[in-house]
Design a protein around this ligand. Structure first.
Ligand SMILES: Nc1ncnc2c1ncn2[C@@H]1O[C@H](COP(=O)(O)OP(=O)(O)O)[C@@H](O)[C@H]1O
Ligand SMILES: [Mg+2]
Length: 1001
């Protein structure tokens, strides 16, 4: 048998199908649908080789990095760091500059902007959103790159990835949408254990529509033969091909080294890849093996200088020793002049054979050399800490980890700081206080700093646990209070409101009343915010006032701003909306001046919320737009930003500006906020689906919302909103019994808390449900049932009247909607009693018209029409009322409502097509679209679908853009084809063009 061919690798064998899959992915990405390709396969199967080949033939920007197996845990963001550094080197000036958040990932102090390198900046950004901010930055950076070319991101060997990297990859996969980005991930499938969190992560990834899995298969007999001929430089005898193929089972790495093995070894053929690679190393001379052992301990790709120094040899000797390992393809020189193992399996094999004493000794030597040659950067300090730990020197490992963590925190390298400080905390548990001598922190500080880091990267549970330990260790009252304040804030961020209150109160108890300190103001403000979030208004007011007073006394501007925020909401809730807006604007001004991200977010969100309650929608929309832009700048648009967008869309839905609301919600949904933060967006998109009449989508969203809140932790106000929404949906789905139950539940909730001024909608919904039940029972002549419904309905009315303020009293002017709600409620009571009264409905409709709530207007006009028709059958008056109600619903695009009215018209045999000339709110002249909808009988939703068809959208695209299921989309499409009496989508599109219906209504 010949020798291995020298120099470069042989030509790629087979893999045509896999290369095509990668290229297809790239093409799809280029067409504006970001793709993820997951390349899986056992060690040595050829994942890296395939990717190399693909990269060599592909155009555009490539960012490539791999995870590294290090002793202990993996390095946070290692593959990303590597990818960015490589990319920077490659492109030097040609590419957009890295955003500051990403610069912090690169472990070079000089790349870090000076503004971030102060402890103050750290303290100021107590934000669970920091990690998200980093992710957003990367997303933004990729977006920028995409402007000039298509982008391929390769992250290899994810089986060794740390948690931060997995979070990041998950984020990218979910958030890359229309960007021309192909994400290639490789994974050693034989290394993935069962039922690990990693498996779960993987399963989630694989479920996504944009993810394609590529399982690399073993080489066939023929391909193995080709591989051999490449290696040998001549065609191998058939018997050799057979033997190698049989032994290697078509694993190229196995085949490659089996061939080499047979050149210089005898005896029985190694059975496993490990054994084979082990015997490849075993034939090397001892000096070579010694250097390999050092290399395996160092782990990463290293310079000759470092290798030599740790090995305790000269560079010349070391280089000489490496030569035979390079010749035998065990080690490979890199273009940078460094050395690394040719395949990671070699490192594993060599490391596994170290004797325990040898392993410790070499790690200690590595730590020593790295410390001496270190430039003091946190990355090297962290590496040193890991080596000391593996060397069994806990104290030195601890001291290096502290130094690394603090250095990383100083430059805002959050994930590294978290990793190092967590390691330090764990090590410190076994160490005496003496270990802290000369360090910048004591034991308590260490825990507090570690907690802060954990909180910053969004690991709230860990943050809470660490800060609790710190509190338990402290015996100085003021210090403990500071720690407890942090504990409260972490709990609040983690939706643990009760626990947060306990911490804040404990903090206050520890502080002397005199002299006043900023920390007191901060704790009071925190308690105020908590009470406000739970709508406990008296308490919130008191706390905030106290916080403001203290803050002013000691000139604590930031704390004053925080207190004014919650205070403003309380003022408005208590009826003084203008006063509340004033306070919130001051709070916003302070946050703006201090550029405090979290305070800014809270100020914008609450100001918009209150302006919305006040019905000052124009003002709200303009503040909201400013806020959204500001939050985007701060990288906070995903969580807090989507909150804000939800607020804005709520207003737009109320005033009937549904296309704009659709747009905003589409943006907000695309941000995919995490956990409870996604609640507001989901609720508003449910509401939008509901008023539009897409009940199926509304149902989906309501289920999502219900599941989200089922775990607890959400404020009562959100449960109330969920119940309101579910009850209304049930009514439109003609499930009045369920609606009554849901609304009842909501009212019971309100009776227990301070939210009585928000009872109106629930009360009206409950009355409507009982009125529906009573009417149905009456129609069926089920006397007992109708009596029950009437009794229960009056029960609700009585409970409503006991609330403060009474939502059914007409002089309640709490909110802009109060009197319209009261009028609607009283009209429902008349209907409940079998005395349905058109005048009551018309009064209610007028009240809704005055405050511009078109959906409520349309609903009440329907009821009015129903009541008129019931009294006067097909009178001129009834015909006019029914037609008017129908026009209103149609013009608004409220399709369920429109079909309810249409049914009413059928019942009384009223022809809807004639113009309703007497209607005071007849459609404006030239409303051709409305007329066309009526002519063809298309619902507003169908009209939207038609516009999509005209634009050539597929059912999948329609589903995506309208937030409906693919199934629903296809049902809409076939309905449209039937109604337009056309045979296919193209013909439908032509009709749409002809009628000018190629834009959504
Ligand atoms: N299709 C192939 N054609 C030629 N050589 C291959 C092929 N696949 C893998 N190899 C070689 O086999 C060895 C192991 O491949 P590698 O890509 O490092 O495996 P993995 O990344 O899956 O562990 C490398 O030396 C590589 O060049
Ligand atoms: Mg590989």
């Amino acid at each position: 048998m010949g020798d291995l061919a020298d120099g470069d690798r042989i030509a790629l064998v087979g893999r045509a199908r896999d290369l095509t899959a990668l290229q297809d992915g790239q093409r799809q990405a280029a067409d504006g649908a970001a793709q993820t390709l997951l390349v899986m396969g056992e060690a040595g199967i050829g994942k890296t080789r395939l990717i190399d080949e693909f990269i060599a033939t592909s155009t555009g920007a490539v960012l490539a990095g791999g995870c590294i197996p290090v002793v202990g845990e993996a390095l946070p963001f290692a593959p990303l760091t590597q990818a960015l550094r490589g990319f920077q080197r490659q492109t030097a000036t040609a590419s957009p500059p890295l955003p500051p958040d990403l610069m912090r990932l690169l472990p070079r102090d000089d790349t870090v902007p000076t503004t971030a390198s102060s402890g103050r900046a750290l303290d100021a950004a107590v934000s669970p959103t920091a990690q998200v901010r980093l992710f957003e930055s990367l997303l933004g950076f990729l977006g920028q790159l995409c402007a000039s070319s298509q982008v391929t991101v390769v992250l290899e060997d994810l089986q060794w990835a740390d948690r931060s990297t997995l979070d990041l990859v998950g984020f990218l996969v979910r958030n890359l949408r229309t960007e021309p980005v192909l994400l290639v991930l490789t994974l050693r499938s034989d290394d993935v254990g069962r039922a690990t969190p990693f498996r779960q992560w993987l399963a989630e990834l694989e479920r996504l529509r944009t993810t394609t899995t590529l399982e690399l298969e073993r080489l066939s007999r023929d391909d193995t033969s080709k591989l051999l001929s490449g290696l040998l430089g001549s065609i191998p005898p058939a018997s050799l091909s057979d033997r190698v193929h049989q032994r290697s089972a078509g694993n190229p790495l196995f085949a490659e080294h089996l061939l080499a093995w047979s050149n210089d070894s005898q005896g029985s053929v190694p059975a496993t890849l490990q054994e084979l690679l082990g015997s490849r190393v075993a034939v090397l001379a001892e000096p070579t093996r010694r250097v390999l052992r050092v290399a395996s301990v160092l782990g990463r790709v290293v310079s000759l200088e470092l290798l030599a120094e740790v090995a305790g040899e000269s560079e010349a000797t070391t280089e000489e020793a490496l030569r035979s390992a390079v010749e035998r393809h065990v080690v490979e020189p890199r273009t940078t002049g460094d050395y690394g193992f040719r395949h990671p399996m070699f490192r594993e094999v060599v490391y596994a054979e170290l004797l325990p004493g040898e392993q410790r000794r070499l790690h200690a030597a590595a730590a020593d050399v790295l410390t001496r040659s270190s430039d003091g950067s946190y990355a090297v300090l962290g590496e040193v800490a890991r080596h000391w730990q593996a060397a069994g020197d806990a104290e030195r490992a601890f001291r290096s980890a502290v130094a690394a963590g603090l250095a990383a925190a100083e430059v805002y390298a959050l994930a590294d700081a978290d990793e190092d400080l967590t390691r330090a905390v764990e090590l410190s548990r076994e160490l005496p206080d003496g270990a802290f001598e000369d360090l910048a922190v004591d034991r308590i500080d260490l825990f507090a700093q570690a907690a802060q880091m954990a909180s910053l990267i969004g690991h709230s549970d860990q943050a809470t646990a660490l800060i609790r330990d710190a509190v338990a260790m402290s015996d100085d009252a003021v210090r403990q209070a500071h720690l407890l304040e942090r504990e409260g804030a972490y709990c609040f961020n983690n939706w643990l409101f009760d626990a947060a209150a306990v911490s804040y109160r404990a903090a206050l108890e520890l502080l002397p009343a005199q002299p006043p300190m900023p920390i007191q103001a901060r704790v009071h403000a925190g308690l105020g915010m908590l009470a406000m979030a739970a709508t406990r208004l008296d308490e919130a007011r008191e706390r905030c006032d106290q916080a403001v007073a203290i803050a002013r006394e000691v000139d604590a501007v930031r704390e004053e701003g925080q207190a004014l925020n919650a205070r403003g909401v309380v003022t408005a809730y208590e009826g003084d909306v203008d006063g509340g807006v004033e306070q919130l604007r001051r709070s916003l001004a302070i946050a703006e001046k201090l550029q405090q991200p979290d305070d800014l977010a809270a100020a914008y969100i609450h100001l918009c919320h209150i302006l919305g309650l006040a019905g000052r929608f124009d003002e709200m929309l303009s503040v909201g737009r400013d806020g959204a832009a500001a939050l985007r700048r701060l990288g906070m648009h995903r969580q807090e930003g989507s909150f804000l967008l939800a607020n804005l869309s709520e207003a737009l839905i109320k005033v009937g500006r549904w296309p704009e609301a659709t747009d905003l919600l589409r943006q907000a949904l695309a941000l995919r906020a995490h956990g409870l933060q996604s609640f507001p967006v989901l609720v508003q998109s449910a509401r939008l689906s509901l008023v539009i009449g897409d009940l199926e989508s509304a149902q989906d969203r309501v289920e999502q919302v219900t599941a989200l809140l089922a775990d607890g932790g959400a404020p009562d106000a959100w449960q109330r909103e969920r119940l309101e929404l579910s009850a209304e949906l049930a009514l439109w789905q003609r499930r009045p019994e369920d609606a009554a139950r849901l609304a009842d539940e909501g009212i019971a909730l309100i009776e227990r808390n301070d939210e009585q001024r928000f009872a109106g909608p629930l009360v009206v919904l409950a009355l409507r449900a009982y009125a529906d039940l009573a009417e149905t029972a009456r129609a069926r002549r089920a006397g007992r049932q109708s009596a029950t419904a009437v009794r229960k309905g009056h029960g609700v009315a009585a409970r409503a009247r006991a609330l403060q303020p009474d939502p059914l009293a007409s002089d309640t002017c709490e909110w802009p909607e109060s009197s319209a709600l009261a009028l609607s409620g009283r009209a429902e009571i008349a209907r409940l009693d079998g005395k349905d009264d058109p005048r009551r409905w018309s009064d209610a409709a007028t009240a809704w018209e005055e405050i511009d709530r078109p959906f409520a207007v349309a609903y009440t006009r329907w009821r009015e029409a129903d009541a008129v028709a019931r009294r006067h059958e097909r009178s001129e008056q009834a015909i006019t009322a029914v037609r008017r109600a129908h026009r209103l619903a149609i013009r608004l695009g409220a399709s369920v409502l429109a079909s309810e009215v249409a049914e009413l018209a059928r019942w009384y045999r009223i022809d809807l097509s004639a113009p309703a000339t007497e209607s005071p709110s007849a459609p404006e002249a030239g409303s051709a679209t409305a007329a066309a909808i009526e002519d063809m009988g298309l619902t507003p939703r169908e009209l939207e679908v038609l516009a999509g068809l005209a634009a050539g959208q597929t059912n999948r695209e329609l589903a995506d853009s309208l937030f409906i299921s693919v199934k629903t989309a296809s049902v809409h499409v076939s309905n449209i084809l039937r109604k337009l009496d056309v045979s296919g989508r193209e013909e439908a599109a032509r009709v749409a063009y002809r009628l000018g219906l190629d834009r959504p209504p």
